[in-house]
Design a protein. Sequence first.
Length: 371
Amino acid sequence: MKTLFVTLEKDPREARVALIPSDAQKLAKLGWEINVESGAGAKAGFADDAYASVGAKIVDAEFASQADFVVSVRKPTIEEVSKYKKGSFHLSLLDPFNEKALIKAFADAGVYAASFEMIPRSTIAQKMDVLSSQSNLAGYNAVIKAASVLNRILPMMMTPAGTISPLKFFIVGVGVAGLQAIATAKRLGARVEAFDTRPVVEEQVRSLGAKFVKIDLGETGQTAQGYAKELTPEQIELQRKGMAKVCAQSDVIITTAKLFGRKAPRIITADMVAGMKAGSVIVDMAVESGGNVEGSCPDKNVVTPNGVLIIGDTCLEAGVPATASQMFSSNVFNYINHFTVDGEFKLNLEDAIMKSSVVTADGKITDERFM
Ligand code: NAD
């Protein structure tokens, strides 16, 4: 494989690009011929000229049919996949649990499709882990977004004009996004509390200077990959009861609770939102996979009758497109570099990272969960 094609993202909400010029240059040094769809990096601040100056060719969308390797941030359409070259390789966020028809289209086209969501959570694969790099930025931007719409400041201030109390943040779900949300809110001076069903998280929350909210849910835990196990309906009810008071006292709630490959748990009910103060803000970071908050809506801001703003931004990381693209691109470079030997991208389905991330090979779907 020699020719790499970087697509222009077709979703109007998407401002990221999968490969930035400095990584394009590094791949060119490895022997790749880099082709970038015109305008691909524009929204993230990377003009066509910046790619051309490192030796990339600026091409149009039709180039996809000639490329050995196609990379994008978001999944392509079935129609686009039908035009890909047989035997070529595609890498993006494919959302395979929800996109079975698309995965079948890859198999039918004889294209090797690799899904960033399926990269294993191992030490060696950390540098290719798009879920982590983007969640980290989403957690940061959730706090910034909430701060920008609040009518109050976050830190405590003692001034001759009076003492201002710090705002209270409550972070529900402390994975990659939640940890960054805690760190960002703390840096801005807020008082932060947090909760997660995985007991190992308590120490991490404390180490960031936040308070861990203790709720006894009985046996909880995590999978071998570190993902949360699903709670029973009784446990969810216990969780809601345990959180209601903290929610009522919070100025900002950021929910990040997700279950890998499944619908997100509905943790905050309309009653709990109704118990919050007017002017409070909730950011539901799980809104795309079903939502943690009753009443949240994908890509819409909802104001409840009691004056609580619920933000349902599905792609908070795209709000900082230059940084998000830089990190995404680094993950892409590391994936391709890992499998490039003597200037050639080598398919190796015995390799743990490729085996886990590749969902179609040799005209077949390789993971029965996506059939
Ligand atoms: P995620 O996005 O799947 O979920 C976010 C958080 O929500 C998790 O911490 C989860 O425990 C929590 N959650 C689920 N149900 C909940 C509920 N009912 N109430 C409260 N919280 C709930 O998680 P993630 O950010 O992808 O991280 C998952 C795990 O993977 C973590 O243990 C993380 O440390 C680990 N991880 C490992 C690597 C690596 O080793 N390469 C990389 C990234 C993440």
